[in-house]
Design a protein around this ligand. Structure first.
Ligand code: SAM
Ligand code: SF4
Ligand code: SF4
Length: 352
């Protein structure tokens, strides 16, 4: 049973805007078997793209060591992501070891579910995953394939979701990134499909992550527009957040068929409560999804530094943090913010 997140003790470190460090997202691989246009477009991540070699990936022992240090700085929640995390070998070994770290009360995993067999759904849970997020952007096969750009049958993903729902996870969430003119027509079919199933459907505004997804504001189907599509057919009302800083705004169906979440990263950013660090597949820490550079921990791990010294470096890093990219974009406009962050890191590299 997951421990209560509110039991968490006072923050061990706070940044320049008094935000604690509570969550760590770990990208376990930069590779993926999909080529979603908004994340790893085929023309950029093609045959000649040089992904990290297996020797460049942070070793499991180093990841666990860092989780131990981060836990001492206040991290309680871990999310494993990528790339596609289920591509990394023996992932369950890593999860078991993270689950044993004192202070870690919640382990989640984000996956495209293409490899989520019934056995895998069970073994991930047994290893220590409490919550699963599954990405599914459409229910119309042609739209689904047009988005992910690989011939993986939609039925495989739906089976993966069914497999997850058979296992007593604390939560199974379905993430749909809504792009204007691409998949908003599937919002209502997605509601219809997942209402009353126990899975929580979440609609996400298309974000300007990375440098290659050809984002512009006109392609963002906004949170407001999402509510305007859902509400007339399936009436919904806002409900209280589960905890402070929850990025997804919760809405419940008035007919008792569960809830949906809406993530307004673009139109209503949540930098004010952002308590999240990211660890890249190679071992760099990023303090913002839109950062252009990370802090490379590999030299520290490879040297003779002990954990207390690494903790000191991370403490210093977080104390100096003043990232709030999305809020700046909102107040200063897209082009100016973009100008200041010329080369952003790719999401598949630091983990979505
Ligand atoms: N491969 C896994 C998956 O797709 O679930 C995990 C990694 S993926 C980078 C994590 C999440 O980021 C997915 O839910 C994906 O839809 C989301 N994502 C990627 N690019 C995005 C973008 N430009 N805007 C909004 N969400 C995005
Ligand atoms: Fe792969 Fe996930 Fe990115 Fe799609 S969103 S390309 S599945 S990492
Ligand atoms: Fe956090 Fe950066 Fe996103 Fe703001 S833009 S919510 S600081 S990751």
């Amino acid at each position: 049973m997951i421990k209560d997140l509110n039991e968490v003790s006072r923050p061990a470190v706070a940044d320049r805007f008094d935000r604690p460090l509570k969550d760590l997202r770990i990208s376990v691989t930069d590779r993926c078997n999909f080529r979603c246009g908004y994340c790893m477009p085929k023309d950029v991540f093609g045959k000649n793209y040089s992904f990290l070699s297996s020797s460049q990936l942070l070793k499991y022992a180093d990841i666990v060591r860092l989780v131990r240090v981060f836990a001492r700085l206040g991290v309680r929640k871990i999310r494993l992501t990528g790339g596609e995390p289920l591509l990394r070998k023996d992932l369950e070994d890593l999860i078991r070891n993270i689950a044993g770290v004192q202070g870690i009360v919640d382990i989640a995993l984000t996956t495209n579910a293409s490899l989520l067999s019934p056995q895998r759904a069970v073994s991930l849970h047994e290893a220590g995953v409490h919550r699963l997020n599954i990405s599914l952007d459409a229910l119309t096969p042609e739209i689904y394939e047009k988005i992910n750009q690989v011939p993986v049958p939609l039925e495989d993903i739906l089976d993966g979701i069914e497999n997850a729902l058979e296992v007593p996870y604390q939560a199974v969430k379905i993430n749909m990134v809504v792009q204007k003119g691409v998949n908003e027509c599937d919002i209502l079919p997605m509601c219809e499909r997942f209402r009353g199933t126990g899975a929580i459907l979440r609609f996400i505004e298309f974000m300007d992550v990375g440098n290659h997804n050809r984002w512009n504001l006109d392609k963002v189907f906004t949170a407001r527009e999402m509510v305007d599509v859902i509400h007339p057919v399936y009436p919904i009302e806002p409900i209280k957040a589960n905890y402070r800083g929850e990025v997804s705004k919760r809405w419940k169906y008035l007919d008792g068929q569960g809830e949906v979440g809406i993530i307004s990263s673009i139109t209503k950013p949540f930098c004010g409560d952002c308590a999240r660090a990211r660890l890249s597949a190679k071992g760099e820490v990023y303090t913002c999804l839109f950062a252009s550079a990370g802090y490379d921990l590999r030299p520290l791990l490879d040297s003779q530094l002990d954990d207390a010294e690494i903790l000191g470096k991370l403490h210093h890093l977080w104390q100096g943090r003043k990232d709030r990219y999305s809020m700046d974009r909102l107040s200063h406009g897209d082009s100016e913010t973009r100008g200041r962050t010329s080369q952003k890191v790719e999401m598949s590299y630091i983990g979505g």
